[in-house]
Design a binder for this molecule. Structure first.
Ligand SMILES: Cc1cc2nc3c(=O)[nH]c(=O)nc-3n(C[C@H](O)[C@H](O)[C@H](O)COP(=O)(O)O)c2cc1C
Length: 388
């Protein structure tokens, strides 16, 4: 199998097989099936909300590349009169700088420096994109879900429910179908905002927002994923946030770090180190939580497995889809295709290699002859239960 992997890695430099997951299943007896927000997806690799999911052309390229799912850029919620409490987040900024960043642990990774925030075009334009997202999802071509940032009140303030109703209803109608799947973005910009400085306030938002959104879509059921920020508090607060968000349908953990010095969000290994520490804390403490999706410096198949071992049933990448072309071993295809090639097939750092290693070390076992990615997300759970 290792020799087969070396050969696949070489021959797929020029292009991936049309059905990536089917090939992996057939050639390696590995089932990469994963989950996001209750949806079954063919493998765990998706795209996080941001500048790479702004239009239909990007969606079409990602579908053709074989990506498992995409979260659309975050739209800023508005009420029926078009007023937006989070107006300041609708900033227009096109310049992005992809640069290397060294972590406190001395590892060199990549980060994207960018001063923009949310969707900066009209809500109507966003709804058009959401219609395309719904069509792609229903046709089975690729799961694509919208993302929104709604009003978040101060301590003695009420939620502006008008925003919640108007925005959620319109998103539900545009996405179509029997339910709405939606990501609610709490970050990263909030990390820089004085509103986000109070722990009680954040905890209240996390407790109340899922039911507010669910109650806002009329008769349409809503599945809500909360994308949690890296708050400017100690690491134990990350655990408090997970605990407070128990009523969500999924959690995306955790958005980028904030550099007060430079006034920008950033990633790299500081981000994955911190996220993995927090998720390990959640697991060790046995905190009840919704299904998880990992985000932050996912730059190899092995990093996908680090998130999976702590319970993440899928991952969402942004930065790794933006590297200079010379950083990908593939020689052809879109950045999404080139990223998938190395994430899945790299003979040392890829997902298949990592799963075969887990099998070889006796931690992961074949069932009905197959290794299953999702089995990684429950590794060691029995041991944890006995320890508690
Ligand atoms: C340029 C840029 C724009 C982003 N915009 C959003 C956004 O609008 N909403 C959101 O929830 N996350 C946003 N993110 C966060 C990413 O979706 C992702 O969770 C984060 O960057 C960590 O993953 P990465 O290390 O692979 O980049 C953005 C990230 C970048 C780099």
């Amino acid at each position: 199998m290792r020799a087969h992997l070396e050969r696949d890695f070489e021959r797929f430099r020029a292009g991936l097989p049309a059905d990536l997951a089917a090939h992996v299943r057939e050639a390696y007896r590995i089932d990469l099936a994963a989950r996001y927000l209750g949806f079954s997806i063919p493998h765990p690799i998706g795209k996080g909300s941001g500048q790479l999911s702004l239009n239909q052309e990007q969606l079409e390229n990602d579908r053709a590349a074989g990506l498992a799912y995409v979260v659309l850029k975050t739209v800023i919620a508005e009420d029926a009169a078009g007023s937006r409490a989070m107006e300041a987040w609708a900033v227009h900024e096109t310049r992005m700088k992809v640069e290397t960043v060294r972590s406190a642990s001395g590892l060199e990774g990549w980060t994207v420096t960018w001063k923009g925030r949310g969707w900066d075009r009209s809500f109507e334009d966003y709804l058009e994109l959401v219609r395309a997202a719904g069509d792609l999802t229903r046709s089975g071509a690729m799961l694509v879900v919208p993302s929104a940032k709604y009003h978040l009140p101060g301590n003695d303030e009420r939620f502006r429910e008008g925003e919640y109703h108007h925005t959620t209803e319109r998103l539900a109608r545009a996405w179509g179908g029997e339910l709405l799947a939606l990501e609610k973005d709490f970050s990263p910009t909030l990390a820089a905002d004085s509103l986000a400085s109070e722990r009680d306030r954040i905890i209240r938002w996390l407790r109340e927002v899922p039911s507010l959104i669910r109650g806002a879509a009329g008769a349409v059921p809503v599945r809500v994923a909360l994308k949690l920020m890296n708050a400017r508090h100690g690491e134990s607060f990350q655990l408090d946030m997970v605990e407070a968000a128990a009523s969500a349908d999924a959690l995306v953990c955790f958005n980028r770090l904030w550099s007060a010095e430079r006034g920008v969000a950033y990633g790299g290994y500081d981000l994955s180190d911190r996220n993995l520490r927090a998720l390990a804390g959640v697991k060790t403490a046995g905190i009840g939580r919704p299904p998880l999706s990992g985000t932050g410096n996912v730059s190899s198949g092995r990093m996908i497995l680090e998130y999976a071992k702590l319970g993440c049933e899928s991952v969402q990448l942004h930065t790794f889809f933006q590297l200079p072309l010379s950083e990908y071993p593939a020689t052809a295809g879109s950045r999404t295709q080139r990223a998938l090639h190395t994430l899945v097939f790299h003979p040392e750092s890829g997902l298949i290699a990592g799963l075969l290693d887990l099998e070889q070390s006796g931690r992961l076992h074949r069932r009905d002859g197959e290794l299953r990615f999702l089995d990684v997300t429950t590794l060691g759970d029995e041991a944890d239960v006995t320890r508690r």
